[in-house]
Design a protein around this ligand. Structure first.
Ligand SMILES: *[C@@H]1O[C@H](CO)[C@@H](O)[C@H](O)[C@H]1NC(C)=O
Ligand SMILES: *[C@@H]1O[C@H](CO)[C@@H](O)[C@H](O)[C@H]1NC(C)=O
Ligand SMILES: *[C@@H]1O[C@H](CO)[C@@H](O)[C@H](O)[C@H]1NC(C)=O
Length: 612
């Protein structure tokens, strides 16, 4: 509620009054007095009475003859001035006040009948409870009915696995019943301050707290709770929905609620047949500092009221899968994640985090992805929601095994490797795929003949990886060995494989077939954004070994040294790096493309850098 300065209130009241004529200034004064004694935002009224009195004395108030018109003029004035749509003035010569029936005073049979008609409990599939409450039963009534409510409602609800609390038709009830419901869905400790209700006529504030003990079993705060609301949901039911939503204890599904009030009274303006309707009490939630009054409770998941039950059921189905997803992810991380030092923190996170707000698989995937990347500081640890069961792409180096017969092997070498001598005696070696290789094999001899013999007298060497899409890492050491002095043993890189539980060191080979290229002549590696996988590793190693200059575009960045696992029965997949690729400086491969020493378009480098 906006706070207004009293002169503004007065101006608005009086300006609207001065339109036309005929009434007693006492009516305005009496109305002001009622507001001062009853309106639940007294701070907005400071100075009002004195201001009105002065205005009357200076003769500013004009006369209005028609009483209905006067009532609506007064309503506009007071609403405009206090910015509260609940304040209304009416002219009702025949108004008969109805005393609201006090429930607790009813005979017990009637109370039982009333509760039977306003509460309905069903147990749905998968032990999902469905509790529809059309009235929030006040404390006194609840005490009277005691064990009846416990046996027929709360104890039965307590044995369900999750609950849909339907408040879509809840338009009546008492605020005094709210603490029990909140307590039922909370733990006994700590006590929670759930509401502060200020009553203006008595100038007292009543604090509502959860209860240290309640009759019967509690539902507790672990099991899923979904509250359904509609635009008719009003009053105490709004307090229930608002509090449990903001305590992050319930997900609310449906429509924004009505936005009722704690207590509104229609008060007669003395010596007249005018009435003023005034909110006399207000609720402030200590959890939010605000209230459900007037503005209502906005749903976590916004759907039409008539679709809310179906939505709640599907939501519960997703949520019931969460523990299994977390367990599967924990298992995958424990078994396969190569940064073992980061595993405990990740498992701890999965165990301790509350996935309260998760309302869809996608939601869960986004949340897990963000949080796991933050905890691990590893952008390669990825959790994704896979629509339409998209196929998982795997890197499979075994595809590039050496064929057994010499003919096929020759063919493989011919299709993947191209050698030329360019102008000014520049050697050119294009490798489109790294074939799996070991020293001393036929392949090595073939390569010596096809590659190293023709290139041996060139001034410098261009290695073109612009069309390289990967292959086996095993041949990296072989090729790098040709670019070293054979006299010196050198470690090129190390691969730790968490799945195989193996550590493999890749060093320069002591003996190689054919002529070596040595460490002195220039080596230029060409890359493009298509250069992928092992091609990227080669470029990366040429840089870390300071054995050449990488020229061209940033590589594809597709090599993650990781494996993707789909969580069974879910559209969620986790990608875990399981290989540690460590260069000779002890640096780990962290994914992402290799950045060339000289960046340029892939088509250009030969022309720009070599004038070819
Ligand atoms: C309401 O009570 C408080 C103390 O509890 C007092 O300071 C204040 O003046 C009272 N207000 C009115 C309008 O009586
Ligand atoms: C040819 O190669 C030599 C030796 O590497 C170099 O000095 C010269 O600048 C090159 N010429 C051209 C046109 O690139
Ligand atoms: C991995 O291998 C090492 C020895 O190389 C062994 O001590 C360790 O227990 C193995 N770990 C697993 C999980 O098999």
């Amino acid at each position: 509620m906006a706070h207004h300065t009293p002169p503004l209130l007065l101006m608005l009241l009086l300006c609207t009054l001065s339109v036309n004529s005929s009434f007693q200034p006492t009516l305005v004064l009496e109305m002001a007095k009622i507001l001062l004694e009853n309106y639940c935002f007294p701070e907005n009224l400071v100075g009002m009475e004195e201001a009105i009195r002065q205005a009357i004395n200076s003769g500013e108030i004009l006369q209005i003859s028609d009483r209905k018109t006067l009532a609506s003029v007064l309503t506009n004035g007071v609403q405009g001035a206090l910015n509260d749509p609940r304040l209304t003035v009416s002219y009702e010569p025949n108004f008969v006040p109805v005393m609201p029936q006090m429930l607790p005073s009813l005979p017990i049979e009637q109370l039982i009948w009333l509760v039977r008609n306003s509460v309905k409990l069903d147990i749905l599939d998968n032990n999902v409870g469905y509790l529809r409450m059309d009235r929030i039963i006040g404390e006194e009534t609840a005490t009277k009915l005691g064990s009846l409510l416990r046996d027929n409602i709360w104890d039965k609800v307590a044995h369900t696995s999750s609950l849909i609390l339907d408040l879509r038709y809840s338009t009546a009830g008492e605020l005094s019943g709210v603490p029990f419901i909140i307590s039922y869905f909370s733990d006994s400790e700590p006590l929670i301050h759930i509401d502060a209700v200020y009553d203006r006529p008595s100038n007292t504030t009543k604090e509502l707290w959860t209860m240290p003990s309640i009759m019967g079993e509690r539902y507790g705060k672990k099991k899923d709770l979904i509250i359904l609301t509609s635009k008719r949901t009003m009053g105490a039911a709004e307090a229930v929905a608002y509090t449990l939503k903001n305590l992050k204890r319930a997900i609310t599904v449906g429509e924004r609620s009505a936005g009722g009030s704690v207590k509104v009274q229609k008060i007669r303006i003395p010596q007249s047949e005018f009435y003023i309707t005034v909110p006399v009490a207000r609720s402030v939630s200590p959890i939010t500092g605000h209230s459900w009054e007037v503005s209502g409770v906005s749903p976590t998941v916004n759907v039409l009221a008539k679709e809310a039950v179906a939505k709640a059921k599907s939501l519960l189905a997703v949520r019931s899968g969460i523990p299994k997803v977390l367990q599967s992810i924990a298992d995958v991380i424990r078994r396969f994640y190569v940064f073992t030092d980061r595993v405990p923190a990740l498992l701890q996170y999965l165990q301790s985090t509350d996935f309260f707000s998760v309302i869809s698989e996608e939601d869960l995937a986004v949340r897990l992805n963000q949080d796991l990347q933050t905890v691990s500081e590893d952008p390669r640890l990825i959790i994704k929601c896979m629509q339409d069961n998209a196929a998982i792409l795997e890197e499979d180096p075994e595809l590039y095994n050496i064929p057994d017969d010499l003919e096929s092997l020759k063919k493989l070498v011919d299709t993947t490797i191209k050698v030329e001598i360019l102008l000014n005696n520049t050697g050119y070696l294009r490798i489109d795929k790294f074939v799996k290789s070991y020293a001393g094999t036929k392949l090595e001899e073939l390569m010596a003949k096809k590659v190293w013999e023709p290139l041996k007298d060139t001034n410098n060497l261009i290695i073109d990886l612009r069309y390289n899409t990967g292959g086996s890492s095993t041949s990296l050491a072989l090729i790098l060995s040709y670019l070293q002095d054979t006299s010196q043993k050198r470690n090129f890189f190390t691969i730790y494989d968490q799945i195989q539980n193996t550590t493999t060191e890749y060093d320069s080979l002591p003996q190689i077939a054919g002529p070596t290229y040595g460490s002195k002549r220039g080596v230029y590696v060409l890359t493009s954004y298509n250069t992928a996988s092992t091609g990227e590793e080669f470029a990366y190693l040429v840089q870390s070994l300071h054995r050449g200059t990488v020229i061209g575009e940033i590589t594809s960045g597709t090599l993650m040294h990781s494996k993707t696992f789909q969580i069974e029965g879910m559209a969620i997949a986790i990608t875990v790096p399981f290989i540690n690729f460590v260069d000779n400086n002890g640096e780990c491969w962290l994914g992402g493309g290799v950045v060339p020493d000289a960046i340029g378009l892939a088509e250009e480098p030969l022309k720009v850098n070599f004038d070819l």
